[in-house]
Design a protein around this ligand. Structure first.
Ligand code: SF4
Ligand code: SF4
Length: 97
C-alpha cells in the first residue's frame, strides 16, 4: 500500500516508509533457535494494524522486523506482542507441527 492509499484509508503510512529506532536482531543462542519452543504463533491482521510498532519494541526475541513481519525461526510464541498491541491486531494461533 502506498502512502497516498494509506492516507485515503485513514491508516498510518506503510512501515518501510517510516523510520524506527534500531532494535537488536535475533540470534541463535545456546539452546538453539527460540522458534522451536513455540506452541502458539502470532499472526498480524494488516487490516486492524495501525503500524505503531509497539509489538516490535516489546518482543523479547526481536522477532518482529521493521516491516512488521514475524521471524518464526525465533518467535517463541510468548504472546507479549498480542497482549501489548493497542489495536488487538495480533491473534495467537495454535501451531500445526
Ligand atoms: S502493536 Fe499492533 S497495531 Fe501496533 S504495529 Fe504491532 S500489530 Fe500493528
Ligand atoms: S509471540 Fe513473543 S516472541 Fe513471538 S513475536 Fe510475539 S512477542 Fe515476539
Amino acid at each position: 500500500m502506498t502512502a497516498a492509499e494509506a492516507a485515503a484509508k485513514g491508516r498510518a503510512q506503510p512501515a518501510r516508509e517510516r523510520k524506527r529506532i534500531a532494535v537488536s536482531k535475533p540470534v541463535k543462542g545456546a539452546a538453539g533457535k527460540t522458534g522451536a519452543w513455540r506452541t502458539f504463533k502470532p499472526v498480524i491482521d494488516p487490516e486492524q494494524c495501525n503500524q505503531c510498532g509497539l509489538c516490535q519494541l516489546y518482543c523479547p526475541e526481536a522477532a518482529i522486523d521493521e516491516n512488521l513481519e514475524v521471524d518464526y525461526e525465533f518467535c517463541k510464541g510468548c504472546g507479549i506482542c498480542a497482549n501489548e498491541c493497542p489495536k488487538k491486531a495480533i491473534r495467537m494461533e495454535k501451531e500445526e507441527r
